[in-house]
Design a protein around this ligand. Structure first.
Ligand code: AMP
Length: 442
């Protein structure tokens, strides 16, 4: 199928062509006709599938048509002061990216868009809202601020988009969303995009969507197919040196590195910088300007590494990012899927490499369960782990072994000869903490 077959206007086709796209992705091919027809939509599509253009393109078209239909004099430009499309997103980065897509695809339509999110001054947003816009992209918290100050009028909203709805739940925005929805006209079009359809997302879908068309382009929780996953087993203390070694030996140039904490991201970014690898950290404690600059530099290839936390990296859209490295595994296995959604996008291939220490083997097991397959693991010469990676059997009530066990032993053990005797698991339970044996204090 070609974009020209979807019934999109010449202005939109021109903008799509300028991006070099000719073929719609599956979510675009399936969703665009429904949205153009004014239907509600429930779409199961993760980041990287082209889902943003799947709603932006038809909504731009509907707005332009409505605008063309107004009997405006040629000298008098039609001005809609209040937004007619509201896109709710979980993070500032995603807001900025959706806005960029609206501006890219809407370049020849004359429609006006604005993104409002926290972490930046509210006054410029108020001024832009006053001047009038057609499409408003917003994070829930800042939008509620505007509603509280009566600086935004949502009474003209014809279409509501809930983007990355599952993430809205993860981040605790659901009550905010409900409060915002109360301010919208009752009759409107509703579109919901989510990477997973957990029970609570379905519940919201049920409450908000009216007889929706269903579009599903990825298996539940399935990561991008073209990504190769691999694990290097390594001791926690060795991870930084291993990462430096990988940068040096492979000449890596554009790597998104995930850490679990803001502090950890800063420390790792410093270490990489000290080693001469151009790096920035991206997390919630950074000012919006610093985050925008880091992302722009990374996209432009000026940085070899961007060290990010899960929330900061949510929805990042970087064309053809070759590699994602999990310096630490996420605690929630679904976050692994979100993380690697940053590579292998829209048909490109990518690599997801995880550096896994023995204390993360439960997270690794949960990720493998979610992916329904084992991830190939290896050990790098010079970085062989000294701590066992064996997953303890839940009922393993045996005392810890006194001699080193084989690497894949399920009974724990594997302590380095001469390592301190294993401590008992916290709380003084009867189960031996054999899987902690030999681990240094952190
Ligand atoms: P998204 O899932 O919206 O985050 O988009 C993922 C990436 O796919 C973005 O970099 C888009 O620019 C790109 N993209 C969107 N539509 C297409 C298309 N039809 N063909 C190729 N790439 C696309």
């Amino acid at each position: 199928m070609q974009f020209t077959e979807l019934g999109l206007s010449a202005e939109l086709l021109r903008a799509i062509g300028e991006q070099g796209y000719t073929t719609p992705t599956p979510v675009q091919a399936q969703a665009i006709p429904h949205i153009l027809a004014g239907r509600d939509l429930e779409a199961l599509a993760q980041t990287g599938t082209g889902k943003t253009a799947a709603f932006v393109l038809p909504l731009l078209q509907r707005l332009s048509q409505a605008q063309d239909g107004k009997p405006a004099s040629p000298l008098q430009k039609v001005t809609h002061t209040a937004p007619r499309v509201l896109v709710l997103v979980p993070t500032r980065e995603l807001a900025a990216q959706v806005l960029a897509s609206v501006r890219t695809y809407g370049a020849h339509t004359g429609l006006r868009a604005l993104a409002v999110f926290g972490g930046v001054g509210i006054n410029p947003q108020i001024q832009s809202l006053r001047r009038g816009i057609d499409i408003l992209v917003a994070t829930p918290g800042r939008l509620l601020d505007h509603l509280g100050q009566r600086t935004v009028d949502l009474s003209k909203v014809q279409t509501l988009v809930l983007d990355e709805a599952d993430r809205m739940f993860d981040m605790g925005f659901i009550r905010d969303i409900r409060r915002i929805i109360e301010k919208l006209p009752k009759v409107r079009q509703n579109l919901m995009f989510s990477a997973t359809f957990a029970a609570e997302v379905r519940e919201l879908a049920h409450a908000v969507l009216q007889n929706p068309a269903l579009v599903e382009v990825a298996r539940r929780n399935a990561p991008a197919e073209l990504v190769t996953h691999s694990v290097i087993k390594v001791d926690k203390e060795q991870k930084r040196d291993l990462l430096l070694h990988l940068f040096a030996s492979h000449g890596w140039h554009q790597v998104l590195v995930f850490c679990r904490t803001k502090h950890g991201s800063d420390a790792l970014a410093r270490k990489l910088e000290q080693a001469g690898i151009r790096t920035a950290a991206l997390h919630g404690n950074k000012s919006q300007n610093a985050r925008t600059r880091a992302l722009a530099d990374f996209k432009a290839g000026k940085l070899a590494a961007l060290v990010a936390t899960d929330i900061a990296a949510r929805g990042l859209d970087i064309d053809s990012l070759p590699r994602v490295v999990n310096f630490e595994l996420p605690n929630v296995p679904e976050d692994y899927v979100h993380r690697i959604g940053r590579t292998g996008r829209a048909g490109a291939s990518g690599e997801a490499l995880s550096l896994v220490s023995s204390d993360e083997r439960i997270q690794l097991r949960d990720i493998e369960r979610l992916l329904k397959r084992e991830i190939e693991s290896s050990v790098l010469p010079g970085f062989e782990p000294q701590h066992t990676h064996a997953v303890p059997r839940p009922s393993a009530g045996r005392p810890p072994a006194h001699k080193p066990a084989p690497a894949r032993s399920r009974s724990g053990g594997g302590a380095r000869p001469g390592a301190p005797r294993p401590a008992r698991a916290g709380g003084g339970g009867s189960k031996p903490a054999s899987h902690h044996s030999g681990q240094r204090h952190r």
